[in-house]
Design a protein around this ligand. Sequence first.
Ligand SMILES: [Zn+2]
Ligand SMILES: [Zn+2]
Length: 159
Amino acid sequence: MQESNLLLATARVKLEESLLAKGLRRSSERFAILDEVYSRNDHFDAEELYQAMHQKAYPVSRATVYNTLDVLIDCGLVRRHHFGEEDNSKSRYEKSLGRQQHAHMVCTVCHRVKEFCDPRLHLIKTNVSTTLQFQVESHSLVFYGQCTDDTCETRPSHE
Ligand SMILES: [Zn+2]
Ligand SMILES: [Zn+2]
């Protein structure tokens, strides 16, 4: 089995268990949303997910998209981000199963998101946890600026 298929199979089991535990309906719509989320590698918002479901001829309501995202976050299958350069109402999401902890860079012009991993972040976490006697459960680090992709509007020149 391919790694991505294995990941999706594991995610489906987790969702199934979570829906059962919460007494929620294990509808095919929720699993179709999970499939879509795990087929993506980006940081999408709820509207993009809603549109993608419609493009794949699997129309679900916005309410189903939102409440399924909540379930997926609850059971650790999706992470929600609030990238502060945007208005507060807009959350972005990404799949989280099988993904390494990573930090983000957000372009404030084209809103592209890049990811990076740096083992020094783990060192900082360990050090400050010890120094301040604090048990860190999670963290988020976001750098804002402008990317240099060719298609980014008014990109900074390299001259
Ligand atoms: Zn950009
Ligand atoms: Zn990410």
